[in-house]
Ligand binder design. Structure first.
Ligand SMILES: *Cc1c(COP(=O)(O)O)cnc(C)c1O
Length: 357
C-alpha cells in the first residue's frame, strides 16, 4: 500500500549506538528525542536496545504511547507543559523542561497531590529565542522555584538551533556553566545536570573536542536521519538510510512547463513561479502536503526533479529520469526532518518496518 514510509530499524539502532558511544566519551548522557516520529514505540525500542534509557518528547500523548507499549525507560517532556495538561505530565513524565513559575507552582501542587516527585530542568535562553528565561532573570527565578515542594530542580538546560537557527558556541554554553555556579549556592548541590540540544550541538563538540560542561544531550534528528539541518550537514559517522518514502504515480503526461491563463495564488496562498523549459514529461504522485513536506523530498533515482505539490498531489519532472516510469510505478525518496515528521504524523502514510544492515 502506498504511500509507504519504510523505516530501517537496524540503521536507527546503529545511529543511536554511535551517538551513545560519542556522548559517553565526553561523559554525557543521551536523551533520545522521539518527537519527530510521534513517539513510535518500535523506533523507541530500537533506541532502547542501543543503550538509551531516557526519552524526550514534546507531546505527552507520545510519552503515554511509549509507556503503554512497555518502553522501559524514563521520560522527559521537552516542551514546557500546558497548564491544562499538568496532571498528565506529573503522572506520565519523570522530567519536564520549564521556564514559567506559574507552571512550576501547578506542577508542585499536582506532584504533592499524586505523591510524586517531579524532576524539573530550568530552561535558559542563550540566544535561539525559543523557550527559556533570560540569563539575567535566573537567580530570582531560582530563588522562587526552590521554595516549591513536590518538584526537584535537577538541572539547567538550553536549546539551540530550533527556532532562531542559532548555532551552539563555547560562549552560549559558558553562560550555562556560570549559571550552574550560581545555582550551586542557591540550591546547595553540585550535581546539577547541564542539558543541551539538539543535534547541531554534536558539531561543536566534534570540532573542539570539549563537552563545555554539558552533561546531557538531547538528540533526535542525528539518530533518526543521520543529518543536522541547522548545521546543514550529513553527519559522516552516522547512517542516512533510515527512512525511505515510496509513492505511486497516478498520471504521466507531456505538458508545457508553464501554466496557462491568468494567475492567482496556489492552494496555500503562495504565488507560484515557474521556469519555461518547454514541453516536459511530468508525473503526478498520490501524496501531497497533507502527508509530506514536498520540498523535503529527495528522489533516489537520478534525473527526477520535484516541482511542487498541493494537498494530495506531488508533481515531478521525469523527462530525464534514469528509470522509465509509468502510471502504477512508484518512486522512492529520502526525506528531510520536516518531511519525515509529517510522514510519520499522517495516517495516510503506511509505516513499514524493516531490518537492513
Ligand atoms: C526537538 C528538540 C530536541 C532535539 O532536536 P534535534 O535537532 O532533533 O536533535 C532537543 N531538545 C528540545 C527541547 C527539542 O525541542
Amino acid at each position: 500500500m502506498f504511500p509507504a514510509l519504510e523505516i530501517n530499524l537496524s540503521a536507527i539502532e546503529e545511529n543511536a549506538r554511535e551517538v551513545v558511544r560519542f556522548c559517553d566519551s565526553y561523559g554525557m548522557q543521551v536523551v533520545g528525542v522521539t518527537k519527530g516520529v510521534c513517539g513510535d514505540p518500535k523506533i523507541a525500542k530500537a533506541m532502547l536496545n542501543s543503550g538509551i534509557h531516557i526519552f524526550g518528547d514534546s507531546r505527552i500523548q507520545n510519552i503515554e504511547k511509549m509507556r503503554e507499549n512497555n518502553i522501559n525507560a524514563r521520560f522527559m517532556l521537552i516542551r514546557s507543559p500546558m497548564v491544562s495538561e499538568i496532571e498528565k505530565v506529573v503522572e506520565l513524565a519523570d522530567y519536564s523542561i520549564n521556564s514559567e513559575l506559574s507552571v512550576l507552582k501547578k506542577l508542585s501542587e499536582a506532584s504533592l497531590e499524586h505523591r510524586k516527585s517531579h524532576k524539573v530542568i530550568i530552561m535558559v535562553d542563550v540566544g535561539d529565542r525559543r523557550e527559556g528565561i533570560m540569563p539575567s532573570d535566573f537567580v530570582p527565578f531560582l530563588r522562587e522555584a526552590r521554595k516549591l515542594r513536590g518538584i526537584e530542580i535537577v538541572g539547567i538546560g538550553t536549546n539551540v538551533g530550533c527556532f532562531g537557527g542559532v548555532l551552539p558556541s563555547p560562549k552560549n554554553h559558558d553562560i550555562l556553566r556560570k549559571l550552574k555556579e550560581k545555582a550551586k549556592s542557591i540550591l546547595g548541590t553540585n550535581n546539577l545536570i547541564i542539558s543541551s540540544g539538539g543535534t547541531v550541538v554534536l558539531n561543536l563538540l566534534e570540532e573542539r573536542q570539549s563537552s563545555y560542561g554539558i552533561s546531557q544531550l538531547r538528540i533526535g534528528e542525528g539518530i533518526l536521519l543521520g543529518t543536522d539541518s541547522t548545521g546543514n550537514r550529513v553527519i559522516p559517522w552516522l547512517r542516512q538510510d533510515t527512512f525511505t518514502l515510496e509513492a505511486e504515480i497516478i498520471e504521466v503526461k507531456w505538458k508545457p512547463s508553464l501554466p496557462e491563463g491568468s494567475m492567482g495564488k496556489d492552494a496555500f496562498g503562495n504565488t507560484p513561479i515557474f521556469e519555461d523549459k518547454g514541453t516536459r514529461k511530468r508525473a503526478i504522485l498520490a501524496i501531497g502536503k497533507q502527508d509530506i513536506e514536498v520540498r523535503g523530498l529527495f528522489p533516489l533515482y537520478n534525473g527526477i526533479e520535484v516541482l511542487g505539490g498541493s494537498s494530495d498531489h506531488t508533481i515531478i519532472d521525469i523527462t530525464e529520469s534514469e528509470v522509465p516510469l509509468t502510471v502504477g510505478d512508484t518512486v522512492k525518496f529520502k526525506l528531510s526532518y520536516s518531511a519525515m515528521l509529517r510522514g510519520m504524523t499522517s495516517p495516510y502514510v503506511h509505516k513499514v518496518y524493516i531490518y537492513k544492515n
